[in-house]
Ligand binder design. Structure first.
Ligand SMILES: *Cc1c(COP(=O)(O)O)cnc(C)c1O
Length: 376
C-alpha cells in the first residue's frame, strides 16, 4: 500500500481577523471565556467535572429565573436545544400551535412537523408581535398540546411580550414553549413567573461564549408529558429521559460532554451572575438606546416599534437606493465590523445589528455609527 498524498496540503498558520461581531450572532466571546476554554480537558465523569456541571445548572437556573430541575446545556448549537424541546414533548398527532412572526417561528414549524406534530400556525407580519387576545383566539380554535413562541425574533428584532401567556396556556391545558436564544442574558426573562414549560437558548449571542453548547430547560409539567409518552423520543441524542441520568444524580454515561465548551459557558454564566441580571438587562437597554438615538442622528430608522424593540438585536431599514449588501461588505473589509442582512420578508430591506453580551458596550455603538456614516 502506498500513501496517497493528494490531500496532504498543509494550510498556512491559522490567522483569524480581529472582527467586531455586531451581527445576529455569533457575538464576540468574552476574553475570560476564551481563557477558561483553553484549560486542559478532564474526564466527563471526573468528580471535578461533575462539580462544574452542577455549577452550570445552578447558574442557568439563575439566568433564566427558574427552579426547573431539568436545566442543562445541550451539546450543540441553539438549534439542537430547539430540537430537544420539541423532540421530547411532541408525539405523533399532537397539535402544536406555533406563533410565526419571523424566520425562527418557521424553523419551529419545520421541526415540530418532523416529530409528527399536527402543526398549526398563527402568523404576523415580520416585525410585529402577537397580542394576548390573538393568542387566546388561537388556543380556542386549535386546542394545542403545545404553544410555541419566539421571545426574541432575531430575524426581525421584535420582542414578544409574555405577560399573561402562561396563565392562558394553563387555562387551555397546553405547554408553553419559548425560544429565548436572543434574549437570555440581555432581555428581562422570568421563566417560572411567566409559566414557561420549555425553553432553549444558545451560548454565542447574549452570553458571550463561542457556539457549541446551548441552554435547555423543562418544567415539571413538561417532564410529566415526557414521562407519559406512548412512544419513545425519536431522537436518541436529545432524549431527556436518557440525558437526565447523566445530568441528574445517577451520572450514567450518555455521550461525551463537550468538556471545554462547558468550561466556557460556566465562565460566561459566572460573568453574568457577577454583574447581576438586572444590571445586565439595563446595560443592554442603555447601549441599544444609544444606538437607536445615534441612528436617528444619521437619518436611519428602525423597523420595529420602540415598545417591542429588542435591545439585543436591531433591524435598521436600508435607505432607498442603497445597496445593503455592499455596505455590510465594506464595513467588514474596511472596518472589521460584521453586521447582518435581512432574512425572508425582510431580505434586502434591513440590516441586523446585534449588541449582545460582551459586545453590548457604548464604544462599540460609537465605532459602528462612525463607520456607518463613512461608508454611507
Ligand atoms: C440563532 C437562533 C437560533 C438557532 O441557534 P443556532 O445556534 O444558530 O443553532 C434559534 N432561534 C433564534 C431566535 C436564533 O436567533
Amino acid at each position: 500500500m502506498t500513501i496517497n498524498d493528494t490531500h496532504r496540503i498543509i494550510p498556512p498558520q491559522l490567522n483569524v481577523p480581529p472582527r467586531l461581531l455586531l451581527g445576529p450572532g455569533p457575538s464576540n466571546a468574552h476574553p475570560r471565556v476564551l481563557q477558561a476554554m483553553a484549560m486542559p480537558p478532564i474526564g466527563h465523569l471526573d468528580p471535578k467535572f461533575l462539580e462544574l456541571m452542577d455549577q452550570v445548572q445552578t447558574l442557568l437556573r439563575y439566568a433564566w429565573q427558574t427552579d426547573n430541575a431539568m436545566t442543562i446545556p445541550v451539546s450543540g448549537t441553539g438549534s439542537a436545544a430547539m430540537e430537544a424541546t420539541l423532540a421530547n414533548v411532541v408525539e405523533p398527532g399532537d397539535v402544536v400551535l406555533v406563533g410565526v412572526m419571523g424566520y425562527f417561528g418557521n424553523r419551529l414549524v419545520d421541526m415540530a412537523g418532523r416529530y409528527g406534530g399536527d402543526v398549526r400556525k398563527l402568523t404576523k407580519p415580520w416585525g410585529e408581535v402577537f397580542s394576548l387576545e390573538e393568542l387566546r383566539k388561537g388556543l380556542e380554535e386549535h386546542r394545542p398540546a403545545v404553544l410555541a413562541l419566539v421571545h426574541a425574533e432575531t430575524s426581525t428584532g421584535a420582542r414578544q411580550p409574555l405577560e399573561g401567556v402562561g396563565e392562558l396556556c394553563r387555562e387551555f391545558n397546553c405547554l408553553l414553549l419559548l425560544d429565548t436564544v436572543t434574549s437570555l442574558g440581555g432581555v428581562p426573562l422570568f421563566l417560572d413567573e411567566w409559566g414557561v414549560d420549555l425553553a432553549y437558548s444558545c451560548s454565542q449571542k447574549g452570553l458571550g461564549c463561542p457556539p457549541g453548547v446551548s441552554p435547555f430547560t423543562m418544567s415539571p409539567r413538561a417532564v410529566e408529558k415526557l414521562n407519559k409518552r406512548r412512544t419513545p423520543v425519536t431522537n436518541w441524542y436529545l432524549d431527556m429521559s436518557l440525558l437526565c441520568r447523566y445530568w441528574g444524580s445517577d451520572r450514567v454515561y450518555h455521550h461525551t460532554a463537550p468538556v471545554n465548551m462547558n468550561y466556557g459557558i460556566r465562565e460566561a454564566l459566572k460573568i453574568l451572575a457577577e454583574e447581576g441580571l438586572e444590571a445586565s438587562w439595563k446595560r443592554h437597554q442603555s447601549t441599544a438606546e444609544l444606538f437607536w438615538n445615534g441612528l436617528e442622528d444619521v437619518g436611519l430608522t428602525c423597523h420595529v416599534d420602540r415598545e417591542f424593540r429588542l435591545p439585543t438585536l436591531t433591524t435598521v431599514r436600508i435607505p432607498d437606493g442603497v445597496d445593503g449588501k455592499a455596505i455590510a461588505r465594506q464595513l467588514l473589509l474596511e472596518y472589521n465590523i460584521e453586521i447582518g442582512g435581512g432574512l425572508g420578508e425582510l431580505a434586502g430591506k434591513v440590516w441586523r445589528v446585534g449588541l449582545m453580551g460582551y459586545n453590548s458596550r457604548p464604544e462599540n455603538v460609537l465605532l459602528l455609527l462612525a463607520a456607518l456614516q463613512r461608508v454611507l
